[in-house]
Design a binder for this molecule. Structure first.
Ligand code: FES
Length: 172
């Protein structure tokens, strides 16, 4: 039986703190259950916060950067540029059709610089004769294990803008 205060009401602390051994076990189990519920609730709210934050505060992964002006490059010619960082060499090629394509200039084998071989209309790596399709970046021959990362391009007015990198150009 729980002791009462002079006013006849049980104090809150008497309900929570038991003086009997049997009741202590009960209180411990109840507290543990409360702890589990509150912890689960806290984790649920935390996950909701992370989800909301990633949904509403997404940062663009790549900068937008002008790489050329329309007409700067003749069909079959190239322009070298850096993207997305200052130490990331890339190559822009204007195809015979007039379309522009751009890739990382680092060969996916051992990072030698690829160049455009106009006569064969492909990108070539001089180190181990790795060849890539200039239209898709796919490996045509040699030891490179992956296609060249492709720089996504957008035309805005007379500017050609780099907007990001696609690691597998065949998914475009
Ligand atoms: S580094 Fe390009 S083929 Fe080896």
């Amino acid at each position: 039986m729980k002791p009462s205060d002079p006013s006849g009401h049980d104090s809150l602390w008497r309900e929570e703190v038991s003086f009997r051994t049997a009741d202590e076990q009960y209180v411990a189990r109840r507290q543990f259950g409360t702890f589990l519920v509150l912890t689960s609730l806290g984790m649920f709210v935390g996950n909701l916060w992370i989800l909301a934050k990633s949904w509403f505060f997404q940062q663009p992964l790549y900068p937008l950067r002008p790489v050329a002006r329309a007409g700067d490059i003749a069909p079959g010619a190239v322009k070298l540029f850096q993207y997305p960082g200052e130490h990331d060499p890339c190559i822009l090629v204007r195809l015979g059709s007039g379309e522009y394509v751009a890739y990382s200039q680092k060969c996916t084998h051992l990072s030698c610089a690829v160049y455009y071989e106009k006569g064969r209309d492909r990108l070539e790596c001089p180190c181990h004769e790795g060849y890539f399709s200039v239209r898709t970046g796919a490996v045509l021959q040699g030891p490179p294990p992956r296609p060249l990362p492709r720089v996504r391009l957008e035309s805005r007015g007379d500017q050609l803008i780099a907007t990001g990198i696609t690691l597998n150009p065949e998914e475009i």
